[in-house]
Design a protein around this ligand. Structure first.
Ligand code: UTP
Length: 246
């Protein structure tokens, strides 16, 4: 299985720090976040990790010269940042049908409380190979900050972007990990810009679901840590204090 880590974003929520250092290089203990995310992909069974980055972020590659990776890393540049879906699309030619699935781990999201990606792979296998999306159960008063799942039976049937408390179909928020069939790339190729004028991964996932692809939610036993903003980073440091080896 190949994993894909989009890590080319501008990181404006963490500016001005990110003008010099990519948010994926923020230290969690003595190693950068990107190293922990690559570890998670390996633990989930990835034998190759594709990292989407940009020429403005040379530090990411430099890290893996200091700490040689335990897996093949393939680097792909996203020259212009047109959103998460656009970042994923840059790796389309590295995947073919025999890859079956792609494990996507956002470069600015850590998940505390165990290896979420490994659990997602196991959930997929237990359900006969369906797609799985990592979700975090959030307090009702915070649903308007997230993409929220509508679940029927065992599967996600829709996603609503930033709903009000009254409109929210659940408290399950999309949270940085996806195990998707490789046909997601075909959907991304024809994806029109959505929110913020960007190519949104969730828009393509929604189209795939409405065409009949089964998508199971995996609710993290722990929490998604969004290190893309200073408050989220403080929380991640606290959460990982006991979990990190270094
Ligand atoms: P975010 O929206 O959190 O990242 O995307 P961002 O664009 O860096 O954030 P702000 O709003 O400017 O602070 C989630 C993940 O997708 C990557 C980011 O690096 C992050 O890991 N991403 C986002 C890309 O690789 N390319 C993009 O065009 C957008």
């Amino acid at each position: 299985m190949k994993a894909l880590i989009p890590a080319a974003g501008h990181g404006t929520r963490f500016a001005p720090f990110t003008k010099l250092v990519p948010k994926e290089m923020l230290p969690i203990g003595a190693r950068p976040a990107i190293a922990l995310i690559v570890d998670e992909a390996i633990e989930a069974g990835a034998d190759e990790v594709v990292i989407i980055t940009s020429p403005e972020k040379p530090l990411l590659k430099k890290w893996f010269e200091i700490e040689p990776p335990k897996v093949k890393i393939t680097w792909v540049d996203q020259i212009e940042q047109h959103g998460l879906g656009h970042a994923v699309l840059q790796a389309a030619n590295l995947f073919c049908e025999k890859d079956d699935k792609v494990l996507i781990l956002l470069g600015d999201a850590l998940v505390s409380g165990g290896c979420a990606s490994k659990a997602m792979v196991e959930r997929s296998e237990a359900l006969g190979g369906v797609a799985v999306i990592g979700v975090e159960e959030v307090p009702l008063e915070k649903v308007s900050r997230y993409g929220i799942m509508k679940v029927e039976g065992d599967y996600v049937v829709d996603m609503v972007e930033k709903p009000s408390v009254d409109e929210a179909p659940s408290r399950l928020a999309v949270a940085g990990r996806y195990l998707l069939p490789v046909k997601i790339f075909e959907y991304l190729k024809t994806q029109t810009p959505g929110k913020g004028g960007e190519i949104q991964l969730t828009d393509s996932i929604k189209r795939m679901i409405s065409d009949g692809t089964k998508l199971a939610p995996y609710v993290y036993p722990g929490k998604r840590q969004d290190i893309g903003n200073p408050d989220g980073y403080y929380a991640a440091l606290t959460a990982f204090r006991g979990e990190c080896k270094s």
